[in-house]
Design a protein around this ligand. Structure first.
Ligand code: FAD
Length: 256
């Protein structure tokens, strides 16, 4: 075993994967539950899906369950998604289904990759490429470079559609709105901001508002609450899974 072979293989595989993804069908920004579900289903249907995650670990807010207690709740309507990703669940006396948040996070990551999505971690989307009033790509940089504030120029990825799955931060939509004179598909033309916790309407709102917010830019998961002025919901994840599933259906129709 030669050290140089280990190095060469890693560099070869990484750059082959990166080159294969610089022009893609769908860029999903954020590897939380909604982005992973959407990415997995779209890749399974034959689309080229590139998921960009700024942190070391994909999974977004799943890992911590509720307040660091490692279980999360899912409603019955979303249990078919758990089955698709081969994640175990148990019915609680309340009628809710309980999942181990570690299995939920790792199962969604594993499932999305197995279905064919490419996930790149430690990649931050810092801006968008906008042409003729349409989002046509993302501007990416190394997370460490941004954390240290190094003056390093970014690179770009071209995509048929871009998805903001960045959760509470709604980072992509916020950046588009802040940097460009654009009118979003919201009542004020701007992100409306998230409201205080109210689980039931929040769960419905996240799914109903999974849609195109600007030509070429879609929003799913918790980011929809921030963009469309809905409530947060706490550690119940059915809405996130269903939002990802709904987005996959919308984009499948659009891209076909
Ligand atoms: C670290 C974290 C902890 C959380 N803890 C709780 C909690 O304890 N209780 C609770 O009720 N809710 C919590 N949430 C939110 C909760 O988990 C959400 O309801 C749910 O996870 C949202 O799912 P989502 O798919 O919308 O995206 P999220 O799970 O929020 O994931 C979004 C992902 O996008 C990534 N991202 C953000 N901006 C960029 C960018 N510019 N480029 C690339 N990637 C980006 C983030 O790193 C994250 O992994 C947390 C979210 C996060 C991210």
């Amino acid at each position: 075993m030669k050290e140089i072979d280990i190095t060469r293989a890693i560099i070869n595989f990484h750059f082959r994967a990166l080159l294969d993804n610089i022009q893609t069908d769908v860029v999903i920004v954020g590897a939380g539950p909604s982005g992973l579900v959407a990415g997995g289903y779209l890749a399974r249907d034959g689309f080229k899906v590139t998921i960009l995650e700024k942190r070391l670990s994909p999974g977004g807010g799943i890992w911590g369950g509720g307040m660091g207690f490692k279980y999360a709740a899912v409603q019955e309507e979303a249990t078919h998604i758990l089955q698709d990703f081969d994640i175990q669940f148990e019915k609680d006396e309340s009628g809710l289904y309980i999942v181990d948040s570690l299995e939920l996070a790792s199962g969604l990551i594993h499932g999305a990759i197995q279905m064919g999505a490419h996930i790149f971690n430690l990649v931050t989307v810092e801006d968008l490429v906008v042409r003729e009033s349409r989002v046509v790509g993302v501007v990416i940089n190394n997370t460490f470079a941004l954390m240290e504030g190094f003056p390093i120029d970014p690179l770009t990825i071209k995509a048929k559609v871009v998805v903001d799955a960045t959760g509470h931060e709604h980072d992509v939509v916020a950046t588009l709105s802040r940097k460009n004179d654009v009118k979003l598909n919201t009542p004020t033309g701007k992100p409306l901001g998230e409201r205080s916790l109210f689980s039931e309407p929040a769960e419905k709102g996240v799914v109903e508002n999974t849609k195109e917010v600007y030509p070429g830019l879609f929003v799913c998961g918790m980011a929809t609450a921030a963009v469309f002025g809905y409530y947060r919901m706490g550690p119940i994840f059915g809405g996130m899974l269903l939002s990802g599933e709904r987005l996959a259906k919308i984009l499948k129709k659009k891209l076909s």
